[in-house]
Design a protein. Structure first.
Length: 271
């Protein structure tokens, strides 16, 4: 399969594009029911990276992760959310490799923790995998919601947010039904006390998430989960624009350029 810089298949081998790339390979995981893998791959490409398709049941990819430098678990309804959102995907073969690599065990003797981003259903999968604390339940209004969502960036010391300014306010797309983040009081206190809340809803809490939490990170800062969709705000004219011209619709692109910078720093710039 061959694509141009302006074309990208919704499914398939994203890495086959005939265009100069930075050399950083970002894996995009597809489960049955994943919807936003193509959008995530395009976001990676627009940021300057090379998206690489990872299939949930590919045991070869599960062993090696195809040599990727970071992984995005995109949104959708993995396995139809038949048990609960993300619960079945947690046991997919690819997740064992992601869990190990995110903890620094890549299987090749290196101890560099793999950057992992979970978006929407991907965030749910990260909590079900215990890579991030807490859980997701249905929105407090019990309805699906889709809107342009303002956020505040509260932690810029992660692999996925280093390109933002502290407390920067951004707008990306939100679309979810099981988007209410919940955790016990001790966990919430720990997240707040350690500065591990990465994104927070501002203006209005769209789903009842505790403490207005929209995204969190692990202690090491290599794993980030967020409910809104930065991959839908990466191109001017297609993201959440404003009539006054205060937003360009590309606020989400910094999530993906941030991880490319993190990968470059880890590898000493030799991508």
């Amino acid at each position: 399969m061959s694509t141009t810089a302006n074309e990208l298949p919704l499914i398939g081998d994203y890495s086959a594009a005939e265009t100069p790339l930075s050399g950083a390979k970002i894996g995009i995981v597809t489960f049955p029911g994943t919807l936003d893998d193509g959008d995530a791959a395009r976001a990676v490409r627009l940021a300057g990276g090379e998206p690489v398709s990872l299939w949930h049941a590919d045991t070869d990819a599960a062993r090696s992760l195809a040599g990727v430098d970071a992984v995005v678990i995109p949104g959708g309804f993995s396995y139809g959310d038949y048990l609960r959102a993300g619960a079945i995907a947690r046991f997919a073969p690819i997740m064992e490799a992601i869990i190990n690599a995110a903890g620094g065990d890549t299987g090749d003797g290196s101890k560099v923790a793999l950057p992992v981003l979970g978006i929407c259903n991907g965030f749910q999968i990260l909590t079900e995998s215990h890579l991030l604390p807490g859980s997701m339940i249905k929105n407090d209004h019990l309805r699906f919601i889709a809107r342009d969502q303002p956020l505040r960036v509260e932690n810029i010391n992660t692999a996925w947010t280093s390109g933002f300014a502290q407390d920067q306010e951004i707008t990306v797309v939100l679309k979810n039904q099981d988007g209410q983040y919940v955790a016990d009081t001790n966990t919430l206190d720990e997240l707040e006390g350690e500065g591990r809340v990465v994104f927070r809803y501002i203006g209005w809490n769209p789903n009842g998430s505790r403490n207005d939490i929209a995204g969190i990170t692990n202690g090491a800062g290599n794993i980030v989960g967020l409910m809104p969709h930065p991959e839908h705000a990466v191109e001017a004219g297609f993201g959440p624009d404003s009539a006054a011209g205060l937003r360009t619709g590309t606020d989400g692109l910094t999530v993906f350029t941030s991880v490319l910078s993190a990968v470059a720093q880890t590898s000493g710039g030799a991508l």
